[in-house]
Structure formats: C-alpha cells, structure tokens
Design a protein around this ligand. Sequence first.
Ligand SMILES: Cc1cc2nc3c(=O)[nH]c(=O)nc-3n(C[C@H](O)[C@H](O)[C@H](O)COP(=O)(O)OP(=O)(O)OC[C@H]3O[C@@H](n4cnc5c(N)ncnc54)[C@H](O)[C@@H]3O)c2cc1C
Length: 475
Amino acid sequence: MTELLDELRTAFGPAAVLDPADMANVLVGYRGVHRGDAVAVVRPGTTEEVAEVVRLCARHAAAVVTQGGNTGLAGGSVPADDGSARPSVVVLLSRLARIEPVSTGASSVTVEVGATVEAVQRAAHGAGLMFAPDWGARGTATIGGAISTNAGGINVLAYGPMRNHVLGLEVVLADGRIWNGLRSLRKDSSGYDLKQLFIGAEGTLGIITRATLALMASITHESTAFAAIRSTSDLAELMAMARAGTDGTLTALELIPDMGIEAVGRKFARARPLATRAEWYLLVRYGGSSPVEQDLAEFLGGAVDRGLITDAVVAGTTRQSDELWFIRDELSPPGLIANFELAVKMDSAVPVDRIAEFIESIEETCRSVSPAGRPYIFGHVGDGNLHIHVLPPDSQADMAEFLGHRPALYAALDNLTWSMGGSISGEHGVGQELRTRIVGQKPPVEFDLMRDIKHVLDPHDTLNPGKTIPADPRQ
Ligand SMILES: Cc1cc2nc3c(=O)[nH]c(=O)nc-3n(C[C@H](O)[C@H](O)[C@H](O)COP(=O)(O)OP(=O)(O)OC[C@H]3O[C@@H](n4cnc5c(N)ncnc54)[C@H](O)[C@@H]3O)c2cc1C
C-alpha cells in the first residue's frame, strides 16, 4: 500500500494526507469500543478531491471510510475491526465546511457537509430562520454525519429527523463519478428520489459532499419546564395532555431519570432543578411564533390536578432554560458513570403508544436476566425513542456475573424491542455495533434488497465495508 500512499501524497500534498500515527483519535470511535487501522487519513478540500481519493482507492482495492465529527455511536466512522485484511483510507471532511449564503426566499441553505450542525443552526439564525435538528453533539457532529445516520435529536417530535430536512445532495459515487442532485424543490414527482438512498446509508453507498437543507420559520417564543412525574405508567396520558389543543407547539418531550440528575449534578457541581425528588422527570418545551406560556401552563396545571405531575419548575429566563437543557445534553454516560465501557447500551424505538409498557418491560427484563445490572434509561420519549443502558454493578463481587449476563441481556432486550414492533436502531445507525444483531429485525428479503442496491452502487464494496448491511448468509 506504499504505492497508494505515495499517490495520495502526490495528488494532495503531505499536509492533506496525515499519517495514521498522528491521527490516533480518528481511528477510535466515540465510545472507545471500535478501533480500526488505516493506510492514510486524507483531508480533501473540494468535491473533486474527494472523487480523486475514491478513484485512487478503488484502483488499489482499498476501502474508503468517511468520517465527519466522529460522534456517531455505532462505530460507522472508523475502519471495521472485523479482522478483514482490507487496507482502509479514512476520508476526513473537516476542510469541506463552507456554508453558502442562506436563501430566505427558498428557506434553504446549501452547505459543504463538513460544516457542523451548530454552524448551520447559527447561519440560519443569522438570516432569521431556523435549522431545526438539534442534539448534544451539535458543536462537533457534521451535516454529512447527520444525514448519513438520519440523525434525530430533541426536536424530532415537532420537525422530524434529518430525512425531513434534506432537499438535495451532491454525492461522490464509488467509481469516482459526482452526482449533483442539489435542488431546493419542495415538490418533485420525477421518478425515484435518489437522495433518500444516501440518507441513513452510513457512507456505504456514496460520500455526500454538499447538501441543500430546508430551513423553517424561527421560533420566537419558547417555554421550558422540568417536572417530577408520578410514574412512567402515566406517560401515554401525559403525552396526550401535552399535545392537546396546542396546535403543534410542543417541540420536545424528554424523559430523565433521577440517577441522571444526580450524576450530572455531581460532575458539574450543579444544584438539582427541583427540591422534590422523584424517580422520573420530564423536560418539556413548547415553541412557536407567538407566546406559548399558556400552552405550557395548561399542560402543567392539568397534569398536577390529575396527580400525574407532583412538582415542576418553569424556566423564567433563557439562562434558566439553558441550565435545564444542559442537564439533558450531559446525560450521556461516558465520563459520567464509572465503568461505562462495560455497560449494555441500546438505542431503541417503539411505537409511541407502547412507551410506558416498554420501560416497564426493560426493567423487568433486567431484573430477570441480570439482577446485578442497573438500568439507566433516558431520552426522546415523545418519539418513542429511548437511550437504554444497563450499567455494571458498583460492587466488584457482582461484576463477573454481570459480564457473563451481557450477551443474554442484549438478546432479551433486542427481542423485547422487536416484540413491540420496534427498532434497535432508533438513532445512530447500524455501523459495526448492530451489524450482526440487526438481522433479527427485518425479513431476509429486505436485507437482500439492501445488498442488491449496494451491489449496483458499489460493486467492489469500496465504501465503508463491514458496516450497516449484515453479511450475506449465502456466501
Ligand atoms: C453526546 C452525544 C449526543 C448525541 N445525541 C444524538 C441524538 O440525540 N440523536 C442522534 O441521532 N444522534 C445523536 N448522537 C450521535 C451523533 O452525534 C450523530 O449520529 C451524528 O449525526 C454523527 O455525526 P458525525 O459528523 O459525528 O458523523 P460520524 O460519527 O463521523 O459518522 C457517522 C456515520 O456517517 C458516515 N458519514 C459521515 N459523514 C459522511 C458523509 N459526508 N458522506 C457519507 N457518509 C458519511 C460515517 O462513515 C459513519 O458511518 C449523539 C452523539 C453524542 C456524542
């Protein structure tokens, strides 16, 4: 592979081709679980340069792994550690981060996909509009990664996942051709909507280089509350009440466990938002182009009257609201909870009307399969999507038992999710993490179709091999 490295250096100069030894962080996934190896890490500065990298790699039968902010949690952005001897080149898109002027007329913006989600949010805001997708990693996660994992986040409830915000794409294909599908049309019935294939494909079908994104009217009024709830079994009623009579102003509804409040408070020396202790809390936000305080007050008042909410605090200022959302952003356990790398981690979605039953069943499953594990569940309850963790025990005496139960716990939680018509990848994609386990989720014909599509677009399996699509059982 020295020849490939030499060709890359000649084509892009030494500064654009970094030695993997200097780029150790690039080769380890966010959670530290997945580690890969690479011949080179290349930082192209234009779409044409991305295409040239792909052509060179294809010629040398090397794999191409695209990386944005490396905040993905499924191991998709680092070369597969599946034991295959295939050399890989990581294409880092951080230099491809220009944002064109916002079109207020079309309510859209065209960006290079190495731009972060936060940078695009800022650009939209500067033009009096809003880019709605939002989550804790906004400052590092890129538009390319967000599109490629069909990312969700806290605003899905009102505005949907990334798929709903992409109007057009420019993509480098596996043979080095460039497809310019950058359009800002709101309606187009001219046949297959090819951009949809690349959304959520985790870099297995093409490298997205530019995107035209839909923007929306800015939210000018917002109101957030943090509420202690009586029980998760009331969630269906609470969600119905939160939505009732609001004309779509409910923009976020997040479930937070007391363990999370405790852990974030400890790590960042923050006071608890409420004196009242409960096992579970809701973080709820209303937003719109006219005042929404009344919507929030009616929800809280009604829920308190029925005994579903036992105490609540409404953020009176933007600072107080930011403080409440800070807790939500920091609930992710790496660095928050000891031995997190040993935890069982899932990101499942079920139909929203089954969420209470789902939480109860997760806890029951943990008790019966791995009594030493400690469930830590939070997330986008309004979308039926939960970040589920079963944390290792505090006591070393129980650790071996917990570790021994991990495979059975994953199997039981996967089956539980599917038995409720759910997905074990509500967010974050499949990557390497779920590539084997996802097999049980869909009929075999669905995976056959995915393989057929992959074969048409990438016959030599150049783009992100060993990810997303389960191995073909016929081979
Ligand atoms: C604290 C925290 C909170 C998070 N919260 C959420 C959340 O609420 N909702 C959610 O959905 N996710 C969440 N995530 C996961 C992650 O931020 C998203 O999946 C994000 O979209 C990944 O973007 P990235 O640029 O880091 O992509 P990477 O991690 O670099 O890549 C992710 C995948 O996309 C592929 N890819 C990247 N760029 C391109 C491209 N240009 N063309 C083709 N393929 C590409 C990679 O090969 C890989 O398969 C969270 C992560 C963290 C760390």
